[in-house]
Write a protein that binds this ligand. Sequence first.
Ligand code: GCB
Length: 611
Amino acid sequence: RLAILLLILTLSSSLYSQNENSTKIDLITNVINRNLISLDGRWNYIVDPYENGFYDYRRRPYDEIGDRTGGFYSNRKPADKTDRVEYDFELSPAMTIPGDWNSQVNELKLYEGTVWFKRDFDVKKKSDKRYFLYFGAVNYEAHVYFNGKKLGVHIGGFTPFNFEVTDLLEDGENFVVVKVDNSRRFDGVPTVNTDWWNYGGITRDVFLIETNATFIRDCKLQLNNNDLGMIEGFVQLDGAKDEQNGTIRIEEANINYKFKTGSNGYATIKIRAGKLNLWSPENPFLYNIKIETETDTLKDKIGFRTIAVKGTDILLNGKPVFLRGICLHEENPLKTGRAYSEAEALMLLNWAKELNCNYVRLAHYPHNEYMVRTAEKMGLLVWEEIPVYWTIQWENESTFRNAMNQLEEMIVRDRNRANVIIWSMGNETPVTEERIRFMSKLAERARELDGSRLISAALEVHRKENEPFTYMVDDPLGKYLDVLSFNEYIGWYDGKPDKCSKINWEFGYDKPVVISETGAGALQGYNADSLTVWSEEHQAYFYKKQLEMIGKQKQIKGMTPWILVDFRSPRRQHPVYQNFWNRKGLVSSSGIKKKAYFVLKDFYDKIENRK
Ligand code: GCB
């Protein structure tokens, strides 16, 4: 018995370490401009609430003990009529990927747990190429298997990841199996309590990326904030031929820059450019960039601008800017599900544009890449955030690593986007020592990965002692931030709208202030007087009082009221006014603009014309 136990232990530990040393590599960026085989489409799925396809009856993971008969990862078929297999992907239903399961399958509307997905595909394998399996996002934990072998695990529902599959790929038929688990966890990021729908599934594009043996995996090209004529960054190769000569061509700027990568495949880039056509909301100009090395060519469209803080001003290309913004979730209210496509990004962002916004806060997690790129083309500045939301386990080391990983994947994916100006470390987190340590370390890492953008976080306000109408923002985390942001709901969660007229503000830092949230709920089509909550008139009145207050504060350099569109949330249970919808949208769940939309638009029009 001891021998058997030892055998199991060695087997499982060696297989376990194989998983740990999975082939997951650093993120491939700019994927839409690469050679792609799309794996979007219909995927078969098996709902597995007891994780029967993952654990045996002693709760041992099949993929760790190397048992291919029970584990769904092997996608086994009966060998003959005497062979018993208790699952079958092909005979199981299918759903569309990308796509969350809650909005596609009625019985799964509130489901939280494990669902297995499988997709077959054919490929003509080229012997001189490399292949990577890329996921735009899977919420929340993904175990990924390729032709029956485990590639690894990814945790975090809103950022991309990839695995190399060159050696596992067959010329001809292949299959991918993914175990997706969207159970909420106390140690998760976010944790168990959020005010949004926990859409599960493979919620963004899946690609097989074909690259050359040595390829350009990543690059960064952005303007130096202190020097309008200096483009800086790096090029990173991946592959055996790491020392190469390369060129960066930027045709519209007459740039033809030569570089050499070193023995780590890395080259530092410093391009002295002439006068550039700078990106701004009024002129969202993108240059055509072409990077060529001896073994690869990669294109992108990149805009150049500077973003900085001076005293209490935010300077875009050296000039003070007021951020006329709005918050949004990554949700399409019309189909009621996660948004993942360019068309959906366009629909949502158009509502922001018509509101006369020059800025959006992508709350509360990294949105899909189409959202960021579409905003960039439309001239919308962007705040991006990781889901460090409300009450994270601040002292838990693995929770911290999880948050860090999500931060890194977000920044690495988007650090070439000119419109992204603020990285947010989180939302409405409590003022404690542990949380300061946690979040200041994130801020430090964000600066390391991308020193060219501003760092912020949505903080909270508190009342000054013995002064009921003096509100302060002096969170010690503010010390680590470039922009002081906070959420306030005076007139909704806190008193009636006319309370706004009495408030004095004290900001503990001499920094630009951008209100990251304020808002009130209203059911579109419900009309009453301005004191009746849930009516459109009440929401419009709330905005009127808020904007009067905000308009007087000189230190406020922008705002993103909560929120552009009504969104689904299990926390919103009033049977008449809510029905699982947070109704703070300025646009309703059926796409109709509420009265308050026009109050805010009017305010933004005036601010724009003030200049
Ligand atoms: C907040 C949260 C946001 C909520 C909102 C609300 O402060 O940051 O996620 O949805 O309030 O509607 O209460």
